[in-house]
Design a protein around this ligand. Structure first.
Ligand SMILES: [Zn+2]
Length: 65
């Protein structure tokens, strides 16, 4: 078995582009994994407000959403 061919790591700019989890637009290098700082901010706020919630609530409603 030959050694596995070296993948084009580094070269080849088309790395798997992730979509912005907030709006679904392609993420940009500057704001990965988001498309913009705005979306990053949105996510941060979402995350923060989520952690502000009482974790115990999760046990209460399993079929929420
Ligand atoms: Zn976005």
């Amino acid at each position: 078995m030959p050694a596995k061919p070296k993948k084009a790591a580094g070269s080849g700019k088309r790395s798997a582009r992730k979509k912005c989890p907030i709006c679904g637009k392609p993420a940009t290098e500057a704001s990965r994994p988001f498309c913009s700082e705005r979306c990053r901010d949105v996510d941060l706020n979402r995350w923060l407000s989520d952690s502000y919630r009482i974790p115990a609530a999760k046990d209460d409603d399993e079929d929420a959403d």
